[in-house]
Design a protein around this ligand. Structure first.
Ligand SMILES: Nc1ncnc2c1ncn2[C@@H]1O[C@H](COP(=O)(O)OP(=O)(O)OP(=O)(O)O)[C@@H](O)[C@H]1O
Ligand SMILES: [Mg+2]
Length: 216
């Protein structure tokens, strides 16, 4: 699915972008995340719309902020354990903590797909958590999930300046900041399938502090 943006077609009757493979509706939003807190805030905002059984596919280079965003999601969902990079363990389960009213929301299953041959292998991992009762976040999941699930939220994280921090007032030529990890990420959200048809991602991103939302 590396060419999904160019392949999308617009349905003139619904004024909606359609996924070329499935014909399912696609909603999109793009948002700039100036720092790690902004990435966590996006994750937290997504907790407000994600429900048990949802699948989130995170794409982005090493250090793009996939785990950082997931930390914000996990904190806002109220799940147990520290959300860290799942590298070397394939999948980490974070069960839901009881809420003040004793109800429980979805848990979080955080997957590193780098080592998975396909998402169907998740079943073989024999997780304690049921994926139906959890929000499943897959880092490096592109190319694995599309055939399996019609409904999914894809988030691409890019560093427009290649990870080089250019602070306010430094000018376009300043270039080299002290911390190569710092700097704005651009998140492109693309929600595919009927489950997402009524979710306004652009409105969700506009509610975030310290972020610049753009309609795409
Ligand atoms: N705008 C930003 N968004 C997200 N992270 C940022 C941002 N600016 C700086 N950072 C920092 O960049 C690092 C991102 O690391 P993180 O582990 O989240 O990346 P990752 O995409 O999960 O990497 P990996 O592919 O190794 O799993 C963190 O140290 C975070 O604090
Ligand atoms: Mg990571």
């Amino acid at each position: 699915m590396s060419d999904e943006t160019t392949d999308e077609t617009t349905d003139p009757t619904a004024d909606r972008v359609l996924d070329p493979a499935t014909g399912a509706p696609v909603t999109r939003a793009t948002i700039d995340l100036p720092d790690a807190d902004a990435a966590r805030a996006l994750g937290a905002a997504l907790a407000g719309v994600l429900r048990a059984g949802d699948l989130v596919i995170l794409t982005g280079d090493l250090g793009a902020g996939k785990t950082t965003l997931t930390q914000g999601l996990g904190a806002a969902l109220g799940v147990r354990g520290h959300v860290a990079s799942p590298t070397f363990i394939v999948a980490r389960e974070h069960p839901p903590l009881p809420r003040p009213d004793a109800s429980r929301g979805p848990g979080l299953v955080h997957v590193d797909a780098y080592r998975l041959g396909g998402l169907d292998e998740l079943d073989a991992l024999d997780l304690d958590s049921s994926l139906d009762e959890s929000v499943t976040v897959v880092e490096w999941g592109r190319g694995l999930a599309e055939a399996l699930t019609e409904d999914r939220l894809e988030i691409d994280l890019e560093r427009p300046r290649g990870g080089v921090h250019v602070g306010p007032g430094e000018g376009a030529d300043a270039g080299l900041g002290p911390d190569p990890e710092a700097g704005t990420r651009r998140a492109t959200l693309r929600a595919v399938g009927p489950r997402w048809a009524d979710v306004d991602l652009a409105a969700l991103t506009r509610t975030l502090p310290h972020t610049v939302a753009r309609d795409s």
